[in-house]
Design a protein. Structure first.
Lengths: 666, 155
């Protein structure tokens, strides 16, 4: 037997001005099963809440309808009050007679009638409400950080410093990411490695961080607080527990002329290598494809010289399981490749001749040329003949902001690093001339615009507003044809080197990776945040957070800031033994479920699994759907798709909604 | 004279199914912005438009609704990432079913109203209410229902 109490709020004059609250209260008292009905000036105030608490006890109420503001505003307040009176919080509903009624209507008669309708609907709904318990989920108080670039490093260090264990997984042989490849950083021109490598060393030596390099995420199972991760540790052919990084193997390796990925193919490495001298961990990897032993079955020079017997040619991939409660994704970016032939849907820039002419390079390659640890040891020379380039043309927005090439976004950092490139170039080649073709200069950020001005005014970079149409070789020079739209003329520059500021795109294979984790991605395959403004760190899967350029183009300070934000989210999550969440989850009626699996397919969160029902002899009776409460987010898509009406959503059950519909009109 | 106007004025009954994350919040915003709109709509709050089973819509018609307004997050903005796509796809099929059984499809409208679009919500309600006023009271439902039951009985 339902005993419903209706509490009508005037909200000062906010409701009372257009809704006749005393009339509503009197009429509500006559609704079926309503045993008590009262109005009050401010129901959310302490005395107002006291009225509710007293009435629950006095009239033995088992359903509460508060006719007041939006449930998004005060549902928590009133449910809290109800709990204090000893009632289950989910037996309290709000009828929204302010935002949806008094504030949007002028006519008092209409508004009063509508308010009563809204109350009636809620009275009928609350009769069907079931007492629910908040769901408690245990939390594994450790975190996984995927990606060992500057964002991943920052997140890992922050979490580890907060006293929680971190597992870091990096796919390449060393952590450091793109930042390790940079020469100097804007706007202060600190040496990138000098500020990064101490952090890399910290990661490796931190007692709370477990580092897996040359490893990838194989599989992710579970949900917030309880993820089970399978990590594939790729074969190094070097036992990292024995190797001390002496480097004798690298010295003796006869395979010398392999393009170095770290040096963006401008330098060479050997078949056994560490990507760069400051690599963390300082343990070499054998490149199976180029190793003489793997190709010809003979060599093993490295094994011969290793006095610790760390070379293991028989090693295979290792699979490791780790349990964590939260995940930070910091997989970073990749550069838009601008060769003419492309396999994906981006069109490339055939007219710019990248990949055809060695003296047309991208900005990351130019960073390596500038870097003191780069292939030229910091001397700016042309890749083709090693000459010092006297004229360098920089082209911005190659790919970015170009709808016809399939990329509409701004890559954000190119304006700044191109200004930096012109400066560093000028500092190294004093008589050199730097030309920059740009569309707009976007230098918003602390000390950023001043930096660009410095490049133009002090280091005499010549900025030309316009696009480049074509680049072709004429003997020793590259002829760059473009437009200077500010003076309205065609320009032709004979350059020694052309540097293309190509667009930032997410890492390749982000899509299968995102699907593995069950997180969203946009049309460029950047990973999606849960809300563009209010949840920029969270993903739509609870417990998984984003950091760095995997979400959108970002510079270093932004990536670091987001990483620290993600770390604080993780620490917040890990500061509890248990998580509490609203019990709006789907549940299955196993006796009527026919096991069609429609719900399984419709669930975005993979929260529904198969469950076998067996009899006492252990024989399979039937298969039914089973909802994992920890994973279910309560959208109810499975409910409407169920053909046998065997699945329902707590808090929004069919019974509740039909009751609302049935009482909607009188 | 006044009484005659009152009785001749048809006030449609409109049921609305909205998701809590976008349209319900958008409708709240219309309230906080003090935008005025027609008082004919009764909102049912659901977690997501993906929760809308078309039986709910039929049930609302059965209870005397003259029009149904369904609204949720814009495509790609769904809080649950794809619930609104399910709703949209289901709605396409449902429209054909409505047409088939003889219910004017203009009586069911699907819209996207985000949490920031309070003005859009107010405009939508006004527009839809006036459209339903033009269509008139939905008296045909009971007849259609009888016909369907009769046909079933004959078979």
């Amino acid at each position: 037997m339902s005993r419903i109490g209706v509490f009508v709020c005037y909200c000062g004059e906010n409701i009372g001005r257009t809704v006749n609250c005393s009339e509503v209260t009197q009429r509500a008292a006559k609704l079926r099963d309503v045993v008590y009905s009262v109005d009050y000036k401010y129901m959310c105030s302490d005395p107002g809440q006291q009225i509710i608490k007293d009435a629950i006890k006095k009239y033995n109420l088992n359903g509460i309808v508060v006719a007041s503001c939006s449930p998004l505003m005060h549902e928590k307040t009133f449910r809290h009050a109800v709990v204090e009176a000893g009632l289950n919080p989910f037996l309290c509903e709000l009828a929204n007679i302010r935002e949806h009624c008094s504030w949007v209507h002028d006519d008092k008669r209409n508004a009063t009638d509508k308010a009563l309708d809204l109350i009636r609907m809620m009275v009928e709904k609350v009769k069907k409400n079931l007492p629910l318990d908040t769901i408690k989920i245990p939390v594994t108080r450790r975190a996984l950080v995927i990606g060992g670039g500057v964002a991943g490093i920052q997140a890992a260090l922050d979490i580890a410093d907060g006293g929680k264990e971190v597992v870091m997984v990096e796919k390449s042989p060393s952590i450091g990411g793109h930042m390790a490849q940079l020469s100097e950083t804007f706007p202060t021109l600190d040496c990138s490695q000098c500020i990064l490598t101490p952090k890399m060393v910290d990661v490796n030596s931190h007692k709370n961080i477990k580092l897996y390099t040359y490893s990838e995420i194989e599989n992710v199972k579970g949900y917030i607080g309880n993820f089970e991760i399978t990590i594939r540790k790729k074969t190094r052919y070097v036992d990292d527990s024995i190797c001390n990084g002496c480097g004798i193997c690298i010295e003796k390796c006869p395979q010398k002329k392999i393009n170095s990925e770290f040096n963006t193919n401008l330098g060479t490495r050997k078949a056994i290598y560490v990507p760069f001298p400051q690599a963390v961990p300082n343990i070499p990897v054998i490149d199976k494809e180029n190793c003489t032993y793997f190709k010809n079955g003979k060599c093993k020079v490295c094994e011969k010289f290793c006095d610790r017997n760390a070379i293991k040619f028989e090693q295979t991939d290792e699979f490791i399981k780790e349990n964590v409660g939260a995940i930070v994704v910091a997989t970073g970016f990749d550069l838009y490749s601008i060769e003419k032939e492309r396999s994906d849907n981006y069109q490339g820039y055939g007219e710019y001749g990248y990949g055809k002419d060695p003296d047309i390079i991208n900005s990351l390659q130019f960073e390596r040329l500038l870097s003191a640890s780069g292939p030229t040891l910091g001397e700016v020379t042309r890749p083709s003949d090693g000459k010092i380039p006297e004229t360098v043309v920089f082209i911005q927005c190659v790919g970015s902001r170009d709808k016809s090439k399939g990329i509409e976004f701004c890559s954000k950092i190119c304006c700044m690093y191109t200004a930096k490139h012109t400066m560093l170039y000028k500092h190294k080649v004093h008589n050199g001339k730097a030309f920059v073709f740009y569309m707009d200069i976007r230098a918003a950020g602390k000390n950023y615009d001043e930096f660009v001005r410095r490049a133009i005014e002090e280091d005499e970079a010549i900025y030309l507003r316009g696009r480049v149409s074509r680049i072709y070789r004429e003997k020793d020079k590259l002829i760059v044809k473009g437009a200077d739209t500010l003076i309205g003329k065609q320009v032709e520059i004979a350059a020694d080197l052309v540097v293309l500021a190509t667009a930032m795109l997410p890492q390749k294979d982000t899509v299968p990776f995102a699907q593995k984790l069950g997180i969203g991605y946009d049309k460029y395959h950047f990973l999606s945040e849960a809300h563009p403004k209010l949840k920029p760190i969270e993903t739509n899967t609870a417990g998984i957070f984003l950091a760095g350029a995997c979400q959108a183009p970002k510079d270093i300070p932004e990536a670091v800031a987001q990483a620290s934000a993600a770390a604080s989210k993780v620490l917040g999550l890990c500061s509890n033994d248990q998580l509490e969440r609203e019990p709006y989850v789907a549940y299955v009626n196993e006796s009527s479920c026919i096991g069609c699996e429609f719900c399984l397919q419709s669930c975005t969160y993979s929260a529904i699994e198969n469950k076998s029902i067996v009899n006492s002899k252990g024989e399979l009776v039937k298969k039914v759907a089973y909802v994992n409460k920890g994973v279910c987010q309560g959208c109810g898509t499975c409910v409407s798709i169920c053909r046998s009406k065997s699945i329902d959503l707590a808090g929004y059950t069919d019974e509740q909604i039909y009751s609302e519909i049935n009482s909607m009109f009188v | 004279m006044e009484e005659k106007i009152l009785t001749s004025q048809f006030e449609p009954k409109i049921a609305s199914f909205v998701c809590t994350w976008c349209t319900y919040t958008g409708a709240d915003l219309a309230g906080t912005s003090r935008l005025k709109y027609e008082p004919n709509v009764r909102i049912i709050r659901l977690p997501c438009t993906g929760r809308i089973d078309y039986n709910l819509i039929i049930k609302a018609f059965e209870n005397g609704a003259d029009g149904i307004l369904v609204s949720g997050c814009h495509p790609n903005d769904c809080h649950y990432s794809s619930g609104n796509f399910y709703a949209r796809r289901r709605f396409i099929v449902f429209r054909e079913l409505l047409q088939f059984i003889g219910i004017d499809v203009r009586r069911v409208q699907f819209a996207w109203v985000s949490a920031a679009e309070g003005a859009k919500w107010a405009k939508l309600v006004n527009k839809f209410t006036s459209e339903i006023k033009d269509l008139g009271q939905f008296t045909n439902y009971q007849k259609i229902k009888r016909d369907i039951f009769l046909e079933e009985a004959v078979i």
